[in-house]
Design a protein around this ligand. Structure first.
Ligand code: SAM
Length: 319
């Protein structure tokens, strides 16, 4: 997509969300250069246990994960959806090289900035691994990849990014993803598990205010790229976790009655205390994950856990 088309899709998505009966913004737009940097800081903050838990899995269990994929008799391409900075994936990639299972890695991400960071940081540490970054949306880039390579695939979807979809959306996503895969391909998905509600809520409400800044950054991005005049100080970050549904939802709450102008013909009004729904971070039980695999048409091969059982990377296979 060219830049004008990207801008017009961004504008259209933002205005559709802000004129809906319940205002919302799409979390995929969090990741501009500043959003990428904030997310990297979130991954290191004490409350955000997810990254440490998944890193532990990949540091300690990459060999087993890769061995479980080896019913495929030939080397496979490793494709990563929403790769981010690849700082956890590197452990799996190093092991894949050492075991001679894979020499081609295709990180896909909507943020071109984070992909150049990934190439610069991972490239020198992975001699022998051919890294081909694909900037854009998941399925558009998978389509492009289909034209490039017909090797068997191990697709990674780490970091609980799947949690940014509600369970029904996740099911549709996996069904669609399966249409890009062939019998014998594998999928490794990171799910955050249901646990103490306060532990979960704290992860999205860190004391250092990083998650707050990450959410408010989208208003700054809209101002900069779409010419709006949001005053981010007039919005409060408000995360809630419902232990019954497993949905942790983040909102920005308007601190007063106010209006935001995009251009003279496009003015969005906010009531005092009106919410903008920003993001869901869905938590799962093991039973729900297994059910999701079955409904989407995958076989669950194995599940890998950190020592506290806070997080799981599940390995699914296309039968
Ligand atoms: C929660 S972060 C996780 C990053 C990394 N997988 C990790 O575990 O640290 C989500 C990543 O997915 C990317 N992303 C979000 N929506 C996307 C989309 N629709 N298509 C492609 N990438 C997307 C973001 O840019 C971001 O790097």
């Amino acid at each position: 997509m060219n830049e004008t088309l990207v801008d017009s899709t961004f504008r259209q998505d933002v205005l559709t969300g802000l004129t809906a009966p319940h205002k919302y913004l799409l979390s995929k737009y969090f990741y501009d250069a500043k959003g990428d940097a904030l997310f990297q800081q979130i991954m290191r903050c004490p409350e955000y246990y997810l990254t440490r838990a998944e890193a532990e899995i990949l540091v300690l269990q990459s060999t087993q994960i890769l061995q479980r994929c080896m019913d495929v008799p030939q080397p496979f391409d490793i494709v990563e959806l929403g790769a981010g900075d690849g700082s956890k994936t590197i452990f799996l990639l190093k092991e894949a090289l050492r075991l001679n299972h894979s020499q081609r890695y295709y990180p896909i991400d909507i943020s071109p900035d984070i992909l150049s960071y990934l190439e610069q940081t991972l490239g020198p540490k992975l001699p022998g691994m051919q890294i081909t970054s694909l900037a854009g949306e998941y399925f558009a880039r998978l389509e492009q990849l289909q034209l490039t390579s017909n090797q068997p695939k191990l697709v990674l979807f780490l970091g609980a990014t799947i949690g940014n979809m509600l369970p029904d959306e996740a099911l549709l996503f996996f069904k669609k993803l399966k249409t890009y895969l062939r019998a014998g391909d594998h999928l490794l998905v990171g799910f955050d598990l249901k646990k103490n509600p306060q532990t979960i809520l704290n992860a999205y409400n860190d004391a250092g205010g990083l998650t707050k800044a990450f959410n408010l950054n989208l208003l700054h991005r809209i101002n900069r790229e779409l010419g709006a005049d949001f005053n981010p100080d007039q919005f409060t970050h408000y995360p809630v976790y419902d232990p019954l549904t497993g949905s942790c939802k983040s909102y920005l709450i308007s601190r007063c009655a106010q209006q935001v102008t995009f251009d003279p013909d496009t003015v969005i009004r906010f009531d005092w205390d009106e919410p903008i729904y920003m993001e869901v971070s869905q938590k799962y039980s093991l039973g729900e994950i297994h059910q999701l695999a079955l409904q989407a048409g995958f076989e669950q091969v194995d599940a890998f856990f950190d020592c506290r059982h806070q997080f799981t990377d599940v390995l699914w296979r296309v039968g």
